[in-house]
Design a protein around this ligand. Structure first.
Ligand SMILES: O=c1ccn([C@@H]2O[C@H](COP(=O)(O)O)[C@@H](O)[C@H]2O)c(=O)[nH]1
Length: 276
């Protein structure tokens, strides 16, 4: 079984796509839960050819209670059937023993994805259960380094993001000590907002073995044209993510979602071509 990073890299090479399609179904957009589920699954299937992976945001499924978790399971199963690696955006983090339970739930449990976003606010030691579980499962964790939102600087400024990046690089160097051979990307990835175009080259250089997840494409104003510095040569090493910009590109029109996903894929590829 390939690891999450290997599966994403293989799909990027084969389909020439660096797009992560976010699936964040908003209940207010639908008649009822059945409608929400049908539309989300339709968008997933229709956009799969343009996606390197999918990223369901747990909040939107949890907000629907047990029904939502059942839908999440179906979304994950459908993605796996389509060959799409699943990255769950849950931003989990807690003291170590609780982090262990979160890791079991979201990286190995019934509704598990292959990868999970994690929050390092409680300290680096609390990342260990997530990293170890992901390593055992061939999965991945994406640690929040510099989030896409305007207020991130309140807590992530003053070198905090850079300190987290250095820790990620240390963990990955421990896992893949040989820089010349072996898998390109290690278990620990990093979340760096696509909205911080000017910082992407710095974070790329600080974490050479980390896959970067770049949320904020589309609805949050980030443009594909600015994201090339996040990638290694050959256009590997990063995933640019759009959720509303794909799922609700034009109301609930699935054809518009497909056009948007194809457009993001093409714009990312054009940016890489212009940068090389
Ligand atoms: O820094 C971050 C980390 C995660 N997110 C999540 O990504 C999507 C973005 O949705 P859009 O509709 O494309 O704006 C959403 O699930 C966020 O929770 C992020 O935006 N920024």
């Amino acid at each position: 079984m390939p690891t999450f990073a290997q599966a994403v890299t293989e799909r990027t090479r084969r389909l020439n796509t660096r797009l992560c399609v976010g699936l964040d179904p908003r209940s207010e957009a639908y008649r009822d839960v059945a409608h929400l589920k049908a539309h989300t699954l339709e968008v997933l299937e229709a956009c799969a050819p343009y996606a390197a992976c999918v990223k369901p945001q747990l909040a939107f499924y949890e907000a629907l209670g047990l029904e939502g978790l059942a839908i999440l399971e179906e979304v994950c199963a459908a993605a796996r059937t389509l060959g799409l690696p699943v990255l769950l955006d849950g931003k989990r983090g807690d003291i170590g023993s609780t982090a262990q339970a979160y890791a079991r739930a979201w990286l190995g449990g019934q509704h598990a994805g292959a990868a999970l976003t994690v929050n390092p606010f409680l300290g680096f030691e609390t990342l260990t259960p997530f990293v170890e579980t992901a390593q055992q499962q061939g999965g991945a964790v994406f640690v929040l380094v510099k989030t896409s939102n305007p207020g991130q600087n309140d807590l992530q400024g003053s070198g905090v993001s850079e300190r987290i990046a250095v820790e990620i690089a240390r963990l990955n160097a421990e896992e893949l000590p040989d820089q010349e051979t072996g898998p390109e990307y290690a278990t620990v990835g990093a979340v760096v907002g696509a909205t911080h175009a000017g910082d992407l080259a710095t974070f790329r250089a600080l974490m050479p073995r980390a896959l970067l997840l770049l949320p904020g494409l589309g609805a949050q104003g980030a443009a594909a044209a600015d994201l090339a510095p996040a990638f290694h040569e050959g256009g590997l090493g990063a995933l640019a993510s759009a959720s509303r910009g794909v799922q609700y590109a034009d109301g609930l029109k699935v054809a518009a979602s497909v056009t948007a996903a194809r457009g993001f894929r093409d714009d990312l590829n054009a940016a890489l071509a212009a940068h090389s």
